[in-house]
Design a protein around this ligand. Structure first.
Ligand code: GAR
Length: 192
């Protein structure tokens, strides 16, 4: 879907807000000899995000963005992206909504992971709603980001069976494990 030129890796950024397990799996994948990406920048809207510690421990440039004013925050992010020559963005548990204007600047160059089988269960508290509705299956989806929440073109999905005893917490744990495997597969597909 996206062509890299020769052997040159594509400079990427990962946006996070929390734990950063997906950041970790993207980073690990980027170190693979055959991967087409170079993870150059992490953006976090939270200083206390665990992912920030991971980024710093692994010497990935990491910027904390104050999101009190969205317009200013996005302007600052765009500056960092420009400085680092970032060509592609992976959202990995980033809990802020990017403006249409921002998305336009990276058209078809932003990918997100969502913990449900989209188009079902867009938005927040996915696992709680899935359990409340007594669904038999859930899963996770990696998709392109467009102007509408959790609605861009789907790249890849993984289905997960829900057991009778599953709670929102156990389901979230099970799905997160799959997410961490799915994100690198999605990246491989995007840059194939
Ligand atoms: C993941 O489950 C991801 O799908 C979800 O946040 C979690 C981040 O975990 N994202 C969303 O809900 C976005 N709407 P991580 O920080 O360990 O990667």
């Amino acid at each position: 879907m996206v062509k890299s030129i020769g052997n040159e890796k594509i400079s990427c950024a990962v946006f996070i807000s929390g734990r950063g397990t997906n950041l970790k799996s993207i980073f690990k994948y980027s170190k693979n000899k055959y991967s087409k990406i170079n993870l150059k920048l992490v953006i976090s809207n939270r200083r206390d995000a665990l992912g920030v510690i991971f980024a710093r421990d692994n010497k990935i440039d990491c910027k904390i963005i104050n999101y009190k004013n969205t317009k200013k925050a996005e302007k600052q992010i765009l500056n960092y992206l420009k400085r680092k020559k970032i060509k592609f963005i992976f959202l990995a548990g980033f809990m802020k909504i990017l403006s249409k204007n921002f998305i336009k600047k990276f058209k078809n160059k932003i990918v997100n992971i969502h913990p449900s089988l989209l188009p079902n269960y867009k938005g927040l508290n996915t696992h709680m709603r899935v359990i409340a509705n007594k669904e038999k299956f859930s899963g996770c989806t990696v998709h392109f980001v467009n102007g509408k929440i959790d609605s861009g073109k789907i790249i890849i999905q993984k289905k997960v069976k829900i057991l009778k005893l599953d709670t929102a917490k156990s389901l979230s744990k099970k799905i997160l494990k799959e997410e961490n495997k799915l994100y690198p597969k999605a990246i491989k597909k995007v840059f194939s």
